[in-house]
Design a protein around this ligand. Structure first.
Ligand SMILES: [Zn+2]
Ligand SMILES: [Zn+2]
Length: 230
């Protein structure tokens, strides 16, 4: 398989052949960004201005606490909380609600610095997956040997492909991605049906086949994350 700097992460990720490759890609981006924001980014003033305005979602705050040290987390929070005081809380003077401050508060409550960076970086990696699929027969082969692509990443990948794969290759790409997902979905549906049938008294003592973990696999396929059973 031909490799260059832009394709190395994609090749490594697709070579693992376990679960959804785009979920593995998302995990990699997430870990890199969490390490960056609690590490090197502490020294970058422009980044701090952005994290002050956007903040972080619950998932990423939690990961920052788990992966990062306490002091970087506290320093980020110190300036983020001060920024909220300066720009949107309270929402106005006296009983008045200032529209600008209200909009800033709405932004703080819905935005996340890590989610936004991951979105941008993922777009680039999806484009690399598409380019690689067009240019490299080995990659097309490894693409079709994946376990599956989860439902959300299937939609995202196909949407990027429509913009960046030339029309003469596009229908083959759409067919390959569609085959991968529909084959898995068909098997998964069969496993869930089998799981349900095992609760029928007529099937007492029958073989569970591959159905025992089918609920967990269905949730992972539908959401991109393994169920959280804590
Ligand atoms: Zn996925
Ligand atoms: Zn986030």
């Amino acid at each position: 398989m031909k490799e260059n700097i832009a394709t190395i992460p994609v090749n490594d990720i697709f070579a693992q052949l376990e679960g959804c490759p785009l979920c593995r890609m998302t995990d990699m981006l997430e870990k890199n960004n969490i390490d960056y924001i609690t590490g090197d980014a502490m020294m970058v003033p422009d980044v701090r201005v952005e994290t002050n305005k956007k903040g972080f979602c619950h998932r990423h705050f939690s990961q920052m606490l788990v992966r990062g040290k306490k002091l970087p987390n506290a320093l980020l929070l110190e300036s983020h909380l001060q920024d909220i005081l300066n720009t949107c809380v309270p929402l106005g003077n006296g009983g008045r609600v200032d529209k600008k401050r209200f909009n800033r508060l709405a932004h703080v409550n819905t935005s996340c610095f890590v989610c936004d960076r991951m979105e941008l970086e993922a777009e680039h990696l999806y484009e690399t997956v598409c380019a690689h699929w067009v240019n490299d027969a080995d990659f097309r082969n490894i693409f079709s040997r994946q376990d599956f692509i989860c439902l959300k990443h299937y939609q995202k990948l196909v949407s990027v492909a429509q913009k960046c794969i030339k029309s003469k290759y596009l229908s083959d790409f759409n067919a390959a991605a569609g085959q991968l997902v529909s084959d898995y979905l068909t098997e998964l549906k069969k496993d869930i049906t089998h799981f349900c049938s095992m609760f029928d008294y007529k099937n007492k003592g029958a073989d569970w086949g591959n159905s025992k973990d089918s609920i967990n696999r269905a949730i992972t396929f539908l959401t991109g994350y393994e169920p959280d059973l804590k």
